[in-house]
Ligand binder design. Structure first.
Ligand code: NAD
Length: 281
């Protein structure tokens, strides 16, 4: 699998495109928003230049990676001749089903269609296609070029061949995988949401300041990043979608705190909008 399409050039889409291109895959990155594509291009360039400065990659790797990525506004273009198409549009089931219906129409019948959903039903997304055996969850983590894991989600009809092919391509781009059932939130989103939503409630109750909740978890529990800072990086809109889905499946213990809902209503989605729990330059 050498020809990859990535749908959605936001936080995850541009990271996935970079991770794939750094390992020699030919990537077409698509978005409906021209500004998002320009931002993605510049984020990838900055990320590569940081990796070069840190001595992790050479100048040639930067040039080769950039030449492995092309961008388009047209979904049909991003499907043409692709072996694997990875969808990374916002966490909304109806939107994802509409996209998969189009991917199914435009991609070659052999292509595998993967969703980067954090917690939606892969089986339901696959039902929008005529190839549910070749639809799979490929759940990456942020930042995609650095994070080691891809959580592979088997929908009800996902075939063993599809799982093998996606495990292989993940390994080719230097990732470890775990195979999980198509249960709401899989392993990681369910575990992480429980932790992060509780930390938001601790802050909301005034038990400690924003900075001290993060510091307590970072230094006391030895987490690399505080939960509220991490929520800003994940995207508060994504966190809210995820927790609403988890409430449906598991009830009140995943109910989103008011502070999360209010920040999202105000358009403060975290790092990507410049403001979330914290304010960013
Ligand atoms: P994002 O908001 O940063 O990016 C989404 C991109 O999709 C935007 O650039 C938007 O313009 C584009 N888009 C919207 N509608 C589109 C369409 N019809 N066709 C093509 N592009 C379209 O979101 P994100 O954080 O990158 O999340 C994307 C997916 O990845 C979600 O399903 C999310 O749950 C999942 N995910 C997110 C994280 C995270 O840490 N943020 C981690 C793992 C998985």
């Amino acid at each position: 699998m050498n020809k990859i399409g990535v749908i959605g050039a936001g936080l995850m889409g541009n990271g996935i495109a970079q991770a794939m291109a750094m390992k020699g895959k030919q990537v077409i990155l698509q978005d409906i928003n021209e500004e998002a594509l320009a931002k993605a291009q510049s984020k990838i360039e900055k990320s590569l230049s940081r990796l070069e400065k840190a001595g992790h990659i050479q100048r040639d790797d930067v040039t080769n990676t950039l030449s492995n990525i092309t961008t388009t506004l047209v979904i049909e273009q991003a499907c043409k001749d692709r072996d694997l198409i990875i969808e990374a549009v916002p966490e909304n089931l109806q939107l994802k089903k509409t996209i998969f219906e189009q991917l199914d129409r435009f991609a070659s019948p052999d292509a595998i269609l993967a969703t980067n959903t954090s917690e939606l039903s892969v089986t339901s997304i696959a039902s929008a296609t005529n190839r549910p055996d070749r639809v799979i969850g490929m759940h990456w983590f942020n930042p995609a070029p650095i994070m080691k894991l891809i959580e592979i989600v088997k929908g009800i009809d996902t075939s063993d061949e599809t799982i093998k092919a996606v495990e292989n391509v993940s390994s080719e781009v230097g990732k470890e995988t775990v195979l999980v059932k198509d249960a709401q939130g899989f392993v990681t989103t369910r575990a992480l949401s429980a932790h992060m939503l509780e930390c938001m409630r601790i802050y909301e109750e005034g038990v400690a300041s924003l900075e001290d909740v993060d510091k307590a978890v970072r230094l006391g529990l030895n987490y690399p990043m505080g939960p509220l800072q991490l929520a800003d990086y994940v995207g508060l809109d994504t966190m809210l979608f995820a927790s609403e889905g988890l409430v449906e499946a598991f009830g009140d213990r995943f109910r989103p705190p008011q502070i999360l809902r209010k920040l999202v209503e105000a358009g403060h989605h975290g790092v990507k909008t410049g403001k979330g729990f914290y304010t960013y330059e």
